[in-house]
Design a binder for this molecule. Structure first.
Ligand code: ZN
Length: 304
C-alpha cells in the first residue's frame, strides 16, 4: 500500500492478486532474450503480472480504478492463467479499513477480464455487482467493442463481468474524455483496445497517472515494447509517447497496474525514448498514512 497525497485526494495502490500471461504475447515483437531478463518466464512461458488497482479517497468519494479479476474463474481458467488470488481486492480494501459497501464509484479502464472481472460476483440470486453502493463507468466505445469483439480480443471479454452491472442499472457509459470529480480526468487511448481510458489525478502540485494497459509493466516504458495483444501497435506507440512526454514535464507519478515489483514510478526522457528516473517497489512503500508527495521514495534509482 503506497499512499500518495494529491491535494484533497489520497491515492492508494490496491492489490487484487496476480496472474501469469504468455511472455511473448506481453512483449509483441521484442525478442525473449530481452524481455526475459526483467520478466522471467515459467515452464509454460508465462510471466507474473500484478492486478494493481487505484483507490482515490476525497471530495466525499471512494473511487476505485479497475477491480481485478474477481473470483468467478473455473478451475481450468485458473490453471491457464496461473491465478494467485491473494491478496484479494476485498482483503486489500479491508487493510485500508474499507468494506465493499464503502466504494462509491468504480472507473473501469476497459472491460478485459483482468481489469473488470471484480465488478460482479456470483450469489444465490445470480450475478450481482460486487460493491452494493457503487456506480461503474466505462467508455461506450469499449462497451460496444466488448459486445462485438474481434477474434483476437474475444477471449478477453467475458460478459459475466459486466452485463449484470447494466441490468442492475449501475453502469454509466461515458462518451469521450471526462472530468468526473475535481482534479480527476480520463484520457482516451485506443491502441491496446478500442475505448480504453486512463485516469489522471492531480492536486497539491502533484499528479499521478493510472496507465492501465498502455504501459502494463515497467519494461513497457520503452516505446517499441508493445504488447502482442494490442489491436494497433502504432497507435499504442504514439499514445505512449504523448502520455510519457506529459508525465515527464509534470514530474508525475505513473501507477503500473501489472508490474509485479514496481507499483509507482517517475519517467524520464532517454534520447527519443523513455526510462524510469525513480521507482517505488510494490511491497516497500512508505507506511500507511505517510503521504509520498514531496518525499523521495526508497525505490531503486535506475531503470532496469
Ligand atoms: Zn487489456
Amino acid at each position: 500500500m503506497t499512499p500518495l497525497a494529491l491535494g484533497d485526494w489520497t491515492a492508494h495502490t490496491v492489490d487484487a492478486g496476480f496472474l501469469w500471461l504468455d511472455g511473448g504475447s506481453m512483449f509483441g515483437s521484442v525478442p525473449k532474450p530481452l524481455w526475459s531478463r526483467t520478466n522471467p518466464a515459467d515452464e509454460r512461458n508465462r510471466i507474473r503480472l500484478a492486478m494493481r488497482c487505484l483507490l482515490l479517497r476525497g471530495h466525499g468519494r471512494t473511487v476505485l480504478v479497475d477491480d481485478g479479476l474477481g473470483d468467478k474463474f473455473s478451475d481450468k481458467l485458473r490453471d491457464i492463467y496461473r491465478v494467485e488470488p491473494e491478496p484479494s481486492l476485498e482483503r486489500s480494501l479491508a487493510a485500508l479499513g474499507l468494506e465493499p459497501g464503502d466504494v462509491t464509484d468504480v472507473v473501469l479502464t476497459h472491460l478485459h477480464f483482468d481489469h473488470a472481472g471484480g465488478s460482479t460476483r456470483k450469489t444465490a440470486q445470480g450475478l450481482r455487482p460486487t460493491f452494493p453502493n457503487a456506480r461503474w463507468y466505462v467508455q461506450r466505445r469499449n462497451w460496444d467493442n466488448a459486445h462485438a469483439p474481434n477474434p483476437r480480443e474475444r477471449a478477453s471479454y467475458m460478459p459475466e463481468n459486466y452485463d449484470a452491472l447494466m441490468e442492475a442499472g449501475v453502469l454509466t457509459l461515458w462518451e469521450g474524455p471526462q472530468r468526473p470529480w475535481p482534479g480527476v480526468e480520463t484520457i482516451m487511448v485506443n491502441g491496446h483496445t478500442r475505448g480504453q481510458q486512463l485516469v489522471r489525478v492531480a492536486g497539491g502540485g502533484q499528479a499521478a497517472y493510472f496507465v492501465s494497459d498502455l504501459i502494463p509493466t515497467a519494461a513497457h516504458a520503452r516505446i517499441p515494447f508493445v504488447m502482442g495483444y494490442d489491436v494497433a501497435a502504432i497507435e499504442t506507440m504514439e499514445e505512449k509517447r504523448a502520455l510519457l512526454t506529459r508525465a515527464v514535464a509534470e514530474n508525475a507519478w505513473i501507477v503500473l497496474e501489472h508490474d509485479p515489483e514496481t507499483a509507482l514510478a517517475r519517467a524520464a526522457a532517454d534520447g527519443d525514448d523513455f526510462t524510469w528516473a525513480e521507482r517505488v517497489p510494490a511491497a516497500a512503500g512508505p507506511p500507511a498514512g505517510a503521504p509520498l508527495a514531496g518525499s523521495r521514495p526508497a525505490g531503486e534509482a535506475a531503470a532496469r
